[in-house]
Ligand binder design. Structure first.
Ligand code: ATP
Ligand code: MG
Length: 394
């Protein structure tokens, strides 16, 4: 499998008191290595649910009923099905190999802890061994600088101490390391470990272009502006060097200049880290700016998927065309899409868009169109675009 993530036949339902909501309907989507894929569509079409399914974070009463989400972290032939692995395995993947940035940065940060403590916690959770190894190295280097009786006294004690700490990190739940960790003298290394984690925090904050990173690390979320908070959230997501970053409308609450800076930052980080990004937005201009390919969703299914240039130059699906026409242009009357987003409890039959479609044929109300490749790399789910007259003759 060459893709980083391959979603096949994903179906998600919410079992509510009012009835069953089909939030994702047999969704297929592939995200390539080192690509930015945009997911666009009107509110409620299932963009966030697609992202949360990948992380297996669907809130109750939602239930993934069928499908698979293959994740190929190292680009080899080995891929894991994120829907089948154990809870412990998916927990270790969340935040380390797949990270998510949410729409509202304020909600993603805890108001009572400093920015530094919150990012350090993520680092210590996923990169503990690396941090401890680095802290042990620093102490050894300091000891090497010592001479004479101090060195001969401290060196053997340090050899035992470092072994104990290593055992503690490898198996934090074991009794002996836990007892040893309570001895005041032994706690010195814990400070050193925190120091090391803080050094990584400052480095990560600098990477997301936060000026005066040392000071920001000591601040609480309420002391920062919206743009700064979102940068901190991005720093937190990047602190474990994920292979796959999911950004769910990360710039919606920000003003346009900060939005442009955040987009530039994501673009740069993608190139430097060689990671893939799933970028969720309802702003087509933003998607055009940052994405290599764009997928357009409607009522829980994919209606068109194509390269960004192709999507804007030659949109095929009537819904994509209507979405593009609805983008406000100076000196022109806005063209809103006629009709309403379908009620989740009462989805139209056949093609979900047919009641609002101006080129619908007879077949559209009867049968859901499959997603087919109409040109190389350009996929459309529409009876009219795919078969021309077949929509009305069927
Ligand atoms: N807790 C819930 N109970 C019932 N249905 C839900 C619940 N959460 C989501 N849904 C359904 O899932 C569908 C998809 O929701 P989702 O949040 O993915 O939309 P979205 O495309 O991200 O919209 P937006 O642009 O507003 O963020 C919604 O139409 C809704 O009907
Ligand atoms: Mg959403």
């Amino acid at each position: 499998m060459k893709e980083l993530v391959k979603i096949s036949g994903l179906t998600l339902r919410f079992y509510t008191y009012e009835g069953v909501v089909l939030a994702l309907d047999n969704l297929d989507l592939g995200i390539d290595q080192r690509e930015t894929l945009g997911l666009v569509g009107e509110t409620g079409c299932g963009k966030t649910m697609t992202a949360l399914s990948i992380l297996r974070l669907i809130p109750p009463p939602g239930k993934i009923e069928c499908g698979s989400i293959l994740f190929n972290a190292d680009g080899g032939s080995e891929a894991v099905d994120l829907l089948k692995i154990s809870e412990a395995e998916i927990r270790s993947i969340r935040g380390s190999r797949i990270a998510m940035i949410f729409q509202e940065p304020g909600a993603a940060l805890n108001p009572v802890f400093t920015i530094g403590d919150q990012i350090a916690e993520v680092i210590l959770l996923h990169r503990r061994e690396e941090v401890v190894r680095q802290a042990l190295k620093t102490v050894s280097r300091l000891l090497d600088g010592e001479t004479g009786p101090v060195k001969s006294l401290l060196k053997p004690a340090w050899a035992v101490e470092s072994k104990l700490y290593y055992a503690m990190v490898k198996n934090p739940g074991a009794v002996l390391p836990r007892i040893v960790g309570r001895i005041p003298l032994m706690r010195r290394l814990l400070w050193r470990i925190n120091d090391e984690a803080n050094r990584i925090v400052v480095r990560t904050l600098k990477e997301v272009e936060i000026p005066d990173a040392e000071r920001v690390a000591r601040q609480h979320p309420h002391q920062l502006s919206g743009g700064m908070k979102q940068r901190c959230v991005i720093a937190m997501a990047l602190s474990c060097q994920p292979r796959f970053l999911i950004a769910d409308e990360p710039t919606t609450s920000l003003d346009v200049t900060v939005q442009a800076q955040i987009l530039e930052l994501l673009r740069r980080l993608k190139v430097e880290r060689e990671s893939s990004i799933l970028y969720i937005t309802h702003d087509l201009a933003v998607a055009a700016e940052i994405c290599d390919r764009i997928g357009v969703m409607y009522a829980g299914s994919m209606c068109e998927l194509a390269g960004t240039a192709d999507m804007f130059a030659a949109p095929q699906h009537p819904y994509t065309r209507a979405l593009l026409a609805a983008v406000p242009k100076p000196g022109e009357e806005p063209h809103s899409i006629p009709g309403f987003i379908p009620a989740p409890l009462n989805l139209p039959s056949g093609c979900r868009f047919h009641p609002r479609c101006d080129v619908r044929g007879e077949m559209c109300a009867r049968e859901a169109p499959p997603l087919r490749e109409v040109q190389p790399g350009h996929f459309v789910a529409c009876h009219v675009c795919q078969g021309g007259s077949s929509a009305s003759s069927g």
